[in-house]
Every structure is written in C-alpha cells, then in structure tokens.
Design a binder for this molecule. Structure first.
Ligand code: PA5
Length: 447
C-alpha cells in the first residue's frame, strides 16, 4: 500500500489474540458494506466513486476551474458541514501553508475563501472587505439546497456579484453544486442558468469530497484532481480484502473498536503539519457523524502538534484515561530547512547543528508516541509519504472505508445522520419559516 498503518505500540493495550477474534465480525461487516446488506446501503456510492464517476462532468469541472483562475482573484466557496470541510481540508493540505495570504502579484491561482459555514455577520462582512473591489466568483454548494447558513451567505455574495457585474455577469460567476433534481438551489440554478454540478444521490455529505463538492474548489486552487482521483482509485483496490492481516484500513477499524470496548471512548487525530489542521476537522465529521448514534460511538477529537503539546499535552499525558490517538505522520515534508550553525552556543542548540527541522519534528513524534504509550494512551499512526494529491486521495479513501467497517462493527448505520436535523428543524421554527408555526410556538414557550 502507498500509506502504512502502524499499530506496533498497541501491545500494551491489546492482547495477541484480540485482532484475530475480530476477524469474523470484520468479514461480516465487509459483506454488509460490499453486498449492500447493511444499514444505509443506499449511501455507498462513494465506494466506487474514484473509478465510477461522470467523466464529462469531471472535464467540465476542470474547465470551470480554469475560467475561475482566469477571471477571478478570489473564489468564495459557500457551504457547511459535508459541503465545506472536504474542500477546505484539501485546499489547505495540498497548497503552500500561506496560500491564501500571498498577494495577488505573487500568486498564480485565486484565493479560495469559505463562507456559509457559520451565521456570523462579522465573518461575512470581513470577507467582503477582504475581497474589496477585486474580481471574484462564487461556488455555492448544498446537497439539500435548503441549509440556512449557506443560503443566507449566498444571498449576500450574489447581491454583491449583481451589484458589481450586473445580472448577466453575475450569472457567469456563479457555480452551483447541488442535487440533480431536488431542492431550492437546483431550482434556482436551472431557472437562472448557472453552471451547475451534481452531488450524486448515493453519496452523503461527509463522503463527498471526491465529488464536485470538493473537486471544483480543489481544482480552482491549482491542485491536480486527476492525481487525487488516481490515489483514491488505487486505495479502493488496495482495501478490498476482508482478511485483517492484509487490509490496513480494516485493521485500523478493528483496533479502534477493540480499544473502544475497553473504555477508550475518545480518539484524537493528530498531525505534525499545521496545514493539516482541517484534515482533522474533515475527519471529525466523517467519524462523528458516521458513528455517533444510538447513544454510543467513539468521540472524535483532534490535536495539532507540536503546538498542542504545550496546551493539551498535559491532559493527554495524565488526564482521564479514555483517550486513544491516531497520528497522521508525513514522512517527507514539502520542504526542509537546516538548523543554522552559530559560532557561539549561547542558546545551547549546537547539538542540533547538522540536522534539519524535519529531524526535530520526527524525533518529537517518536518522543510523544513513547511518552503517551507510557501514560496509557494507545497510539496508532498512519504514515503518509508526502502531501501530494495522489497521497491525499489515498488517505481519504483509507478513512472512508475504515469508518464504514468500524460503524458496522459497532452495530450502527454509518451512512445516516438523523441527529443533524434536530437543530435545523428548531432553527427553521424559531426563524419563522412557513410550515413551522406550531413547532415555533412550542419552542418559544420553552425559551
Ligand atoms: O453531513 C451532513 O449531513 C451535514 O454536515 C451536511 O453536509 C450539512 O448540513 C450541509 O448540508 P447541505 O449540503 O444539504 O447544505
């Protein structure tokens, strides 16, 4: 496999026989997933997506990305949850750490900014201010087409586009990614003639990064989406064997379930690269929304190292012992720097002369792994060779297939998200949306 899963530090927590004992359950979970006999089977289209996708639409995405690159300094991507986190994490993961900070005269591709992922008016105001009088385009993304946060943000940015470019000009700068037939956004896209892309029915929001939801923003940022899909396609081939000794994604699923059943109920996803912070945010949605239901499930959390070693580190080392951790470690950073030589040794750092920063980062990773293991935090790691699109595609698929198996191992439907609706319904009611009067009256009495 292109990436590798290391569970060698688990021997203190997991007995030799325990992985083998999971094999029968993993085989059953694999059958549920592959044969569609498990719960939520209508939402498994992400399984074959890296190979079985709409090639004509894929080309249209590349063309749209080129147009955005040629006529815009900023792309505003409007969406929330599954219609946001995949694109955000990938744009961060694949680009220069300060990609969005580079001034226009030093950048080849547009800034990719996100909106509609909160209801903060200050955020939208500040983003409008950042855009200023520069050229911009909008990619509005919503599967249902009715989510409040992106709908409000879209109105505001659409307004600004119309003000700047007129109705016709605005229309040419709006790209809508939504369901093929349903929802308000589909109706508007068709009525107004926006260029639009389809979120396939059988792919839930958190599994949608390799659909137009993620692909258009990622391509607009200049990243190679062919390589992204290739990585995911190779991972799809690599992780089909139900035999636990041969399938590292399934091993990861099995180990985290073994640990969960021993009381390790929170999993931290950790990294040593600041531009992977949103990778953890994407992963948290994938894991939390897939597994947190029926009053159970591993709580997904994250930590960014080495910075959080100086804040959360104390808790991880010695706090409540319900934590397990999974590190995604980049083996070859995009760039490395030498620790400079100095004639005197006033800072006491001479012992690091001749070494690189990555040497120090890797030693930190090793030191933390050993310290946390001693502190009774089970540690797993996923080693990735680099931060290329190919590797990201591979890694995305690794976690997607792992959580599907993991969810079935824990006896839940990994593909629905009934709990997300509760607050949405309440908010519609409190905002006075037509059709929600009775609920609104009931809720207002409780406030
Ligand atoms: O996964 C989910 O269901 C949510 O996070 C949704 O992706 C989020 O609510 C956005 O939904 P939509 O794409 O319909 O606007």
């Amino acid at each position: 496999a292109h990436i590798s899963f290391d569970h060698s530090k688990l021997s203190k927590f997991v007995h030799d026989n325990e992985l083998g004992e999971m094999q029968a359950m993993v085989t059953a979970a694999n059958e549920e997933l592959r044969n569609g006999t498990g719960a939520g089977s209508d939402f498994r289209d992400w399984l074959n997506l890296p190979k079985d996708y709409d090639k004509a639409e894929f080309e249209r995405i590349k063309q749209a990305a080129k147009k955005i690159q040629s006529d815009s300094k900023v792309l505003v991507v409007i969406g929330i949850g599954g219609s946001y986190l995949g694109a955000k994490m990938a744009v961060d993961f694949l680009n220069d750490t300060f990609f969005n900070y580079l001034p226009d005269d030093r950048r080849q591709f547009p800034q990719v900014m996100f909106a509609g992922n909160s209801l903060s008016p200050s955020y939208v105001y500040d983003l409008l201010n950042l855009i200023g009088d520069r050229d911009f385009s909008v990619n509005v993304i919503s599967k249902s087409g009715t989510t409040t946060e992106p709908s409000i943000a879209f109105r505001i940015f659409k307004d600004r586009l119309v003000e700047k470019y007129g109705e016709a000009g605005a229309k040419d700068r709006i790209y809508a990614t939504t369901d093929q037939a349903h929802g308000a956004l589909r109706q508007e896209a068709d009525a107004k003639g926006y260029e639009s892309f389809i979120i396939p029915d059988g792919v839930g929001g958190r599994y949608s990064v390799l659909t137009p939801v993620g692909l258009l923003p990622i391509a607009a940022s200049g990243a190679d989406i062919d390589q992204l899909m290739k990585g995911a396609a190779d991972a799809a081939d690599a992780y089909t064997d139900p035999d636990l000794s041969k399938n590292e994604a399934y091993q990861y699923a099995a180990y985290r379930n073994i640990l969960y059943r021993k009381g390790f109920t929170t999993e931290l996803l950790e990294n040593y690269e600041p531009n992977m912070m949103y990778f953890a945010e994407w992963w948290k949605q994938l894991m939390g929304e897939s597994e947190g239901k029926n009053e159970k499930g591993i709580y997904p959390s994250s930590a960014n190292f080495t910075t959080d070693l100086h804040s959360l580190g104390q808790y991880i080392q010695e706090g409540l012992r319900n934590l397990m951790e999974t590190v995604v470690k980049v083996d070859q950073p995009n760039h490395d720097l030498d620790v400079p030589k100095e004639a005197d040794n006033l800072d006491g750092l001479q012992y690091l002369e001749g070494h690189t920063m990555d040497f120090a980062n890797t030693k930190a990773f090793e030191a933390v792994t050993l310290a946390h293991t001693d502190g009774n935090v089970p540690n797993m790691s996923v080693h990735i060779p680099d931060q290329t699109p190919y590797t990201l595609g591979y890694l995305i698929y690794f976690f997607e297939v792992a959580v599907a198996i993991s969810g079935y191992l824990n006896g839940i439907n990994p593909f629905n998200q009934p709990g997300v609706e509760a607050y949405k319904q309440n908010m519609f009611a409190l905002l006075g949306k037509p059709g929600y009067k009775d609920l609104g009256d009931k809720l207002r009495k409780k406030l």
